[in-house]
Design a protein around this ligand. Structure first.
Ligand SMILES: *Cc1c(COP(=O)(O)O)cnc(C)c1O
Length: 314
């Protein structure tokens, strides 16, 4: 399938699903709550990663590049999405992967196995070397190894990615008082903020501990109708506990909507907590963006299994 065909299927898809009954039951609050199912955009190039790749792929095509190179960790949704986009759109793909030790363990890593099956060349580097990834010398070295390529930053966030994320919200979505989204690099949130109108507020649920993401988001937007919280990150990136897993499983049972443990599960947990805590007032209309990331569940379940923790139901 060409990228054009994937785009066309996007135009036809219904992304919004009403959930009000379920939320009333959980919070006993009169709140309108709707989930925008970006996870349904495409089974392999899912959610916000599709939005972030869209204009980059167009740009790579326009500039006659035939290779995409990007960076990511062992379970990266962006690595999986870039590998899939390469497969569907006819690009060679190269993934620079953080952690040399993973090289001998590809078989145990569903994300890397998947990327490889799409034809991605996996290039493993140490955590130390990975810190140099934005350094010009390092990029020059990569060019001498791999020739010409179109580089995408870690997590896929650049100007064209934000342009893509500005298409997540549309005119119909201006009725919502709050738009909620999970945050990794902040690119998706910035795109969403750029499309909101002044009465709307965007709440970002950070998947990482710390305050630095505020600065990242500010780089890509001039608006101020937003806030980021790390209060629901469960201790940090990719950290989970039994409470979160049980929440994800219950949410799916009640709504039919699957959540991932790194981003959307924590966001949804955070939204419900904020409603209960009165931080989101009664009678609010809330739109939660389901950014996808479901490919990460299998890898997480393998980790949970080793720790004898409950698994995420698929
Ligand atoms: C990558 C990702 C995010 C974070 O997106 P950023 O633009 O990096 O903030 C959120 N949700 C899911 C499911 C993701 O895969």
């Amino acid at each position: 399938m060409s990228i054009e065909m994937i785009f066309n299927s996007l135009t036809n898809f219904k992304s919004v699903k009403k959930l009000a009954v379920f939320l009333e039951k959980w919070t006993s609050f009169d709140i309108e709550f709707v989930v925008k199912r970006e996870d349904l955009i495409h089974s392999e190039i899912s959610g916000n990663k599709f939005r972030k790749l869209k204009y980059n792929i167009e740009e790579a095509k326009k500039s006659n590049q035939n290779t995409l190179l990007t960076f990511g960790g062992a379970f990266s949704n962006h690595i999986a999405a870039t590998a899939a986009a390469g497969k569907y759109c006819g690009f060679k793909t190269i993934g620079i992967i953080r952690g040399e030790e993973l090289e001998d363990k590809i078989e145990q890593n569903p994300t890397l196995l998947y990327a490889k099956s799409c034809g991605m060349t996996l290039h493993f580097i140490s955590r130390e070397a990975y810190k140099q990834k934005d350094n010009l010398d390092f990029i020059t070295q990569l060019h001498s190894l791999y020739g010409a390529f179109y580089a995408l930053p870690e997590g896929g966030t650049n100007l064209l990615a934000i342009k893509g994320c500005e298409e997540i919200l549309n005119k119909e979505d201006t009725i919502y008082d709050y738009v909620c989204v999970s945050v990794g690099t902040g690119g998706t949130m910035a795109g969403i903020i750029n499309t909101t109108i002044p009465h709307q507020k965007v709440i970002g649920f950070s998947a990482l501990k710390g305050n630095f993401l505020k600065e990242e988001v500010s780089k890509w937007t001039n608006k101020t109708n937003w806030e980021i919280t790390d209060a629901y990150c469960f201790g940090g990136y990719a950290k989970v506990n039994t409470e979160l897993i049980e929440f994800i499983n219950t949410f799916k049972k009640e709504t039919g909507i699957p959540l991932d443990p790194i981003y959307t599960g924590k966001m949804m947990y955070g939204i419900i907590a904020m409603i209960k805590e009165g931080k989101i007032p009664k009678k609010s209309r809330i739109l939660a963006i389901h950014t996808g990331g479901l490919q990460g569940i299998i890898g997480m379940n393998e980790k949970l299994n080793k720790k004898n923790l409950p698994l995420i139901e698929i």
